[in-house]
Design a protein around this ligand. Structure first.
Ligand SMILES: Cc1ncc(COP(=O)(O)O)c(C=O)c1O
Length: 407
């Protein structure tokens, strides 16, 4: 995308215009959450001002309109993932999707069964499995990394066995930016145990690349709306129809039932079986709009530019004394994690904030990974389509200032 087009894109994100202390906002924490375009923001206002009503219930115009829009969002997301609409369950986000799934799969796990994840997991794709393993006295196993911090596929081949019931992994690490060869890993796992349940945490993948659940042949996939320009509080659990249909619901209430007696209940069809109560209607519709917005962007070109910007950022960071890049320096994925010798990441983030530069500091909800790498905490820059070279130049200048302060 030419410079002019990036500027046009930026104009569609009102928050990017914000100044604090007369300094422009430089938002480099996109792996935590992305900014929202007017297209999404306006849709939220439209829902609340024009057709706010509960879905699937009312026999009046507002409710019918809300239902049509809500189901339209589901279809948009289904198409985006190459799935069918009943396979798309609205949840409050990746964390909620994975927690719900862990409880839905609980009855399939027995003592000494294995659950395999990777050492790179976000706590959201670790703790639900850890808790499940504890409840069922199952074994939680971690696939480690290669020397250059990619998933060790040779180790995966040894770790996954016929006892492995669940394989759950992040498509992209939120700390290292490492992309897991998802299809290869799933094929490998299914070869070892055809009945294994494969689960992809796609929170950091969906914002960047096309996902085809049919090609990946994953059983489940989760992502969050807010990381892909949609609102907070909304996310997706995709599941293969046959699996979603056969697994028991774990949350109960209105809408998810077919019939209720004093002593029993039967379940509604998919996807409603797994969406009890009033859903997050406005945000679901807005997530549909975010995906529509993403679909109409020149994504291939934007991604190419983003890869160039990532390379440029790495080159600039390498000019800063005592700075060490932890994430893979040759990975084009726009997540760059680093440390500066002798300076705590919180101090770095705090000083950058004085220049209105937003980056992340800490363990990024991946404590076991930091422990594995023997690093207490790190700083993380994550870029999105609207970031520019000028912003990286200001970041570099500001980081040089940080180093000087601590010299
Ligand atoms: C890889 C990964 N998984 C899961 C999550 C959790 O997402 P959420 O907090 O939106 O549920 C995140 C958020 O940073 C993430 O990066």
């Amino acid at each position: 995308m030419s410079k002019k087009t990036i500027n046009n894109l930026r104009k569609e994100f009102p928050l990017l215009k914000r100044k604090i202390n007369n300094k422009p906002l430089i938002y480099l924490d996109n792996a935590a959450t992305t900014q929202k375009p007017n297209y999404v923001i306006k849709c939220l206002q439209e829902y609340y001002t024009k057709y706010n009503a509960n879905v699937h219930r009312g026999l009046y115009t507002l409710s019918e309109q809300a239902t049509i829009e809500y189901e339209h969002a589901r279809s948009t997301i289904a198409q985006f993932l190459h799935a069918q609409p009943p396979e798309i369950i609205f949840t409050s986000g990746t964390t909620a999707s994975l927690n719900m799934l862990a409880r839905m799969l609980e009855h399939t796990i027995n003592k000494d069964d294995e659950i395999v994840i990777t050492i790179m997991e976000h706590h959201s794709n670790l703790v639900p499995w850890q808790e499940l393993a504890k409840r069922k006295q199952a074994k939680l196993k971690f696939i480690a990394l290669t020397k250059d911090l990619y998933l060790n596929m040779e180790e995966a081949a040894k770790l996954i066995t016929t006892k492995t019931k669940i394989l759950a992994f992040a498509y992209v690490s939120n700390v290292l930016g490492a992309i897991v060869p998802a299809q290869e890993l799933i094929n490998l796992a299914k070869k070892i145990n055809p009945n294994i349940i494969t689960i992809i945490d796609a929170a950091q993948a969906v914002p960047y690349f096309d996902i085809n659940v049919k090609e990946l042949n994953c059983d489940f996939l989760a992502f969050s709306g807010h990381k892909v320009m949609g609102p907070t509080g909304i996310g997706i659990l995709y599941g293969k129809f046959s699996l979603l249909n056969s697994l028991p619901p774990v949350n109960f209430g209105g809408e998810m039932i077919k019939e209720v007696t004093q002593n029993d209940a039967s379940w509604n069809e998919l996807p409603y079986k797994l969406e009890p109560g009033t859903p997050n209607i406005a945000d679901a519709i807005a997530l549909g709009k975010a995906i529509e917005y993403l679909n109409q962007l020149p994504r291939e070109k934007l991604l190419q530019d983003l890869h160039k910007l990532t390379k440029y950022t790495v080159e600039q960071l390498q000019t800063i004394p005592h700075l060490e890049i932890l994430s893979n320096q040759y990975s084009p994925h726009p997540i760059i994690t680093f440390s500066i010798k002798g300076i705590h990441p919180h101090d770095i983030a705090e000083i950058l904030n004085r220049d209105n530069i937003c980056i992340r500091a800490g363990t990024h909800c991946a404590m076991p990974l930091h422990k594995y790498l023997n690093i207490p905490a790190t700083s993380r820059i994550s870029l999105y389509y609207y970031n520019t070279i000028q912003e990286i130049d200001l970041l570099t200048k500001s980081l040089k200032k940080v180093v000087k302060i601590f010299q």
